[in-house]
Structure formats: C-alpha cells, structure tokens
Ligand binder design. Sequence first.
Ligand code: GLU
Length: 305
Amino acid sequence: MKSSENVVKGRFAPSPTGRMHLGNIFTALISWLSAKSAGGRWVLRIEDLDPQRSRMEYARQIEDDLLWLGLEWDEGGIADGYLQSRRHGLYEKALARLEATGLTYSCYCTKADILATQAPHASDGRVIYPGTCRGRKAESDDAPHSVRLMVPDSEIAFTDAVFGSRSINLARECGDFVLRRADGAWAYQLAVVVDDADMGITQVVRGCDLLDSCAQQIYLCSLLGYESPRYVHLPLVCNSVGVRLGKRDASLSMDTLRRDFTPQQLIGRLAAMAGIIETERPVTPQQLAEEFAIGRIAKTERIIC
Ligand code: GLU
C-alpha cells in the first residue's frame, strides 16, 4: 500500500468573483484529471480573500457547475469550510513566523508613491517595488501600512511540468512583496502557500498567468519550512481575437455553456482543446482519466477557443 505521503493531492482554487467561464473549467478539468489519473485526491478551496469582489452566491454557483460537469471533490468546498475568509488565524500565525525571521518590514508607500519610482519604459505593467521602506524606522501602528517581505538578489529555479525549467530573480523581477495589505487584507501569495501546505497539496495545477508567482511561493515555502508542491501551469484559454477570457465573455460563461452543451459534450470540447483527445466527442471525466497524461498538454501560453 502507498504511504499517505506518496498520494497525489491536487486542488482547484477558484476566486468567487463571478460565474466560471470556459477557461476556469479548463483548469478545473485538468487539475481533476491530474489528481485522479494518479489515483489521488482532489480538493476544492474557495479563494474569497478579497471581501469587495467575492460573493457566497458565486461560490455556490461554482460548486453547482463543477457537480454538473461531473468534477466531484473529495474534500473541501463550502460544507467543509474551505474558504480563505475563514482561515485568517492560520495566515496570522504564518506572518508571525515570518516576522520572527527579521525579513519583514512595514511599508507606508501608497500605490502612487510606488508608481512614481518606476522606469518610464516599463511597458509590461509589472511594478517592481524599489525597497523604499526597507530599513526605515517603523511609525506608530496606527499609520496605514502594509507588511512586506525582503527578497534575495539570487535566482530561484524550479521546473514546471508543462513549461519546463524556469529561473526567476525576485529582487530584479518583483522586489520585496506584500504579505498583508494596508487595508488588512491578506496577500494571495501568503494565503495560497499556507493553505496548500496546511491541506497537504502535492500538486498545483493552474493557469500560466501565475507561473512567475512560483518564485515568490517557493521562497515563502522555504522560509516557513514547507515542501513546495509540484507545479503544472496551463495555457490560458483565449477568445477568437487572442484575448484571455474574462468574466465578461458572456458567450463562454457557464450560464450559456450549460444551455448549449451536455456535460459530456463540454468535457469533450475541453479535452480536445487541451490535446488530450484528438477529435472532439462526448466523454466523461472518468473516461478521460484513463488516457490522461500531462505530457499531452500543449506547451503554449494561449489556446484559442
Ligand atoms: N484563486 C486564483 C484564481 O482564481 C487561483 C490561485 C491558484 O490556483 O494558485 O485565479
């Protein structure tokens, strides 16, 4: 018998900020298949960190859509309380451990302060924090501030199961990053690392827009003494003009898709898009699990649907 440490545990971690679209369910399907084809377990975690944009009704709708598709989770979801809004105590403890390393500091910069420091030619929208508040004396606790983590000026190397070897220097490519925002909200990077470790996740499958986040997450894992999961990043599903699908692409939202397709037809369409089957045909997730291999997923950043 396999020891529990060898069991693959995957997860799907949607943010409940709208109805899912074709891109979201593409990630859900591949994540489910990666776990199930390895005889593993699949966890559903609702990432409702952003109180302004998250809604419980969307979380319920996500569950309903996953069940309609036949993507059942073994653990998590609303009934098990796997919602980030209920896990602040864990993030608090992790932050205290990071503070104890001496690598965190209070940052009083506003967004405008930081933007004003950026090079005029920075056209990719990436904002690199220049370390303004590093080494600055902390003001009173009442002054609004975020908490940042100092990053090393060295390469963090990792291997993604789809995109291969990557290496990222956080000092050059992102700068000291936020763990808790000035409004008290927890940063995604901290919450995701704490949750994946706490839930025993061994493999993270998600869109390749988050590929560069791996370096921050691996760095956090090393400081907190967690083993990093295996990373599997997927091409982003884009509309016919090559733009990544968003919650506003109504024609590809689950609302419309559930009217136009049966669950098996939709699963077949996603599988053909991913390259798991050659010709689109109605199929169940269980049938696909028998022929699934990560190696079949197209190594491209975008899939046009
Ligand atoms: N909550 C994130 C999203 O919906 C996913 C984060 C992750 O998978 O690490 O885009």
